[in-house]
Design a protein around this ligand. Structure first.
Ligand SMILES: [Zn+2]
Length: 485
């Protein structure tokens, strides 16, 4: 029990008592002491120090605040869908204390100039701590973006057919030669490259076939997207894995949707490749059901995942194979979604999720489908480790930021549109009864949200680049880049 310290201060600012505190290796019955913004001590029962304030969380679970590495806050450029203030309110209410948002904003963050402007804009609005995944699409900007504080890079291998958002120019690269150069350039920064794997030429063909055969409704879109068990994803996965092997870039594959992706990655990991996978809640709880596709249409899409593949994803959640859960919180205006009933190919894919996803997982914890500790690993500890935030965040231990979520595993709530803090103003999960909710969220020792109400002003969140420094470019990797053939 080396984590449990007795040489901690005799007086703390805040003491949180619980029978179940989720430490990294075991559950702990005792108290967490906070001094200033950090965890100052962990105390067994009967050994508590004096405290200025107490939180009695006896009936609650205390877990590390969640880290969402995949959020679309649409700000700037598309603030009729979402903005940083609304999006991070939803995050705080959902148990998320750190976010990393995505670069498909306008202007896209593919240059140092637009990146810095993006951070300044977010700085005044964010409720929670935030990083940013810069668009890694211009080789000349990569090192500058890393030095400016990018948390990671993101490349979409896809461009929309029949619509101009959310996968627009400036954030996407389909040319494999340019991808090779970018993977190498990003490898030299040491930062993680997030890739939305995709095969654009197959997608163009599948779209054409679908329009001819099944029309343009949600069902046609869903089948085209998942045609041949996710072929457009898996072709992109295979390409990205080969480019990773050649360049050595730390690769994070977004949107794991099927068993074939899992087996590709299993093989790559066995070869020692530096690759991790992301799972989005919508694959399990929304698009992973044909009934939802029919009932909710555009609100259930982006992605349909067929039943056997949903099971494979659950198995990867349970057995430890899957690495990280990212919400892919992707709000759109209701008016934009409604158009999808007639033409899903012209309507934007994605739905809000950052406020709901923890409760959706907790419901499955209560149902015995997955262990609570595993959920917290996927949603907090693993992203902290992958994106360089560990051990400051994603874990409860002495010295870490006091980012905590207090969970009531027994409370039942019916999700509703009215609860949605996202600017989108609706929830694709409305009507679902969840059992298990985050009730109190602390960020760096301050209660930021409690019982459905946010307690701090926009601007409380800090930029991760300010806290944890910026990435100095490393010497150019020789892996793959200088091979003499
Ligand atoms: Zn996304």
């Amino acid at each position: 029990m080396t984590n449990v310290v007795s040489q901690a201060p005799e007086r703390v600012d805040l003491l949180i008592r619980s029978k179940r505190i989720l430490l990294e290796r075991f559950d702990f019955d005792g108290s967490v002491g906070v001094v200033g913004e950090r965890i100052a001590g962990l105390y067994p029962r009967g050994h508590e120090p004096e405290a200025v304030r107490h939180i009695d969380a006896t009936g609650l679970v205390v877990a590390p605040g969640l880290i969402d590495s995949h959020a679309h806050f649409r700000d700037p450029g598309f603030t009729h869908k979402e903005d940083f203030a609304h999006g991070t309110r939803a995050a705080a209410l959902g148990g998320v204390t750190t976010v990393m948002d995505m670069p498909n904003v306008d202007p896209p963050t593919n240059s140092v100039e637009t990146f810095l402007a993006h951070i300044e804009n977010a700085r005044g609005k964010s409720i929670v701590d935030f990083g940013h995944n810069a668009a890694g699409t211009d080789p000349s900007q990569i090192r500058g973006l890393a030095a400016a504080g990018a948390t990671a890079f993101k490349i979409f291998m896809m461009q929309d057919v029949g619509r101009d958002y959310p996968h627009m120019p400036g954030t996407m690269v389909e040319d494999h030669g340019l991808l090779y150069e970018l993977f190498g350039e990003i490898a030299s920064t040491g930062l993680v490259l997030m890739v939305h794997p995709h095969d654009q030429s197959l997608w163009r063909r599948f779209v054409g076939d679908a329009w001819e055969r099944d029309g343009r409704g949600p069902g046609s879109y869903a089948k085209a997207w998942f045609r041949d068990e996710g072929l457009i994803f898996n072709s992109g996965v295979a390409t990205a894995l080969e480019l990773q092997a050649a360049t050595g870039v730390p690769l994070h594959l977004l949107h794991t949707t099927n068993a074939r992706t899992l087996s590709h990655v299993r093989w790559a990991k066995a070869q020692g490749q530096n690759v991790t996978t992301e799972l989005n809640p919508h694959c399990l709880f929304l698009g992973g059901s044909w009934e939802n596709i029919e009932r909710l249409g555009p609100y259930a899409l982006g992605v349909w995942v067929s039943d056997p593949h949903v099971e494979a994803l659950w198995e990867s959640v349970r057995n430890g194979e899957l690495d990280i859960v990212g919400t892919d919180h992707a709000p759109h205006a209701q008016s934009e979604k409604e158009g999808g009933w007639d033409d899903m190919f012209a309507a934007p894919g994605g739905s809000p999720a950052i406020q709901e996803f923890l409760s959706l997982f907790l419901t499955e914890v209560n149902a015995g489908r997955v262990d609570l500790r595993r959920v917290i690993e996927l949603c907090a500890t693993s992203p902290a480790k992958r994106f360089g935030l560990y051990p400051h965040k994603g874990v409860i231990r002495v010295g870490a930021d006091a980012d905590l979520v207090l969970i009531d595993l027994a409370r039942e709530v019916t999700l509703s549109h009215e609860m949605a803090a996202s600017k989108a103003g609706y929830s694709a999960y409305a009507g679902q009864v969840v059992k298990g909710v985050p009730v109190t969220m602390l960020l760096r020792g301050t209660v930021i949200a409690e019982d459905g109400r946010v307690q701090v002003d926009p601007g409380f969140g800090q930029f991760l680049g300010d806290r944890f420094g910026r990435q100095e470019p490393k010497p150019q990797t020789t892996k793959g880049m200088c091979d003499a053939y």
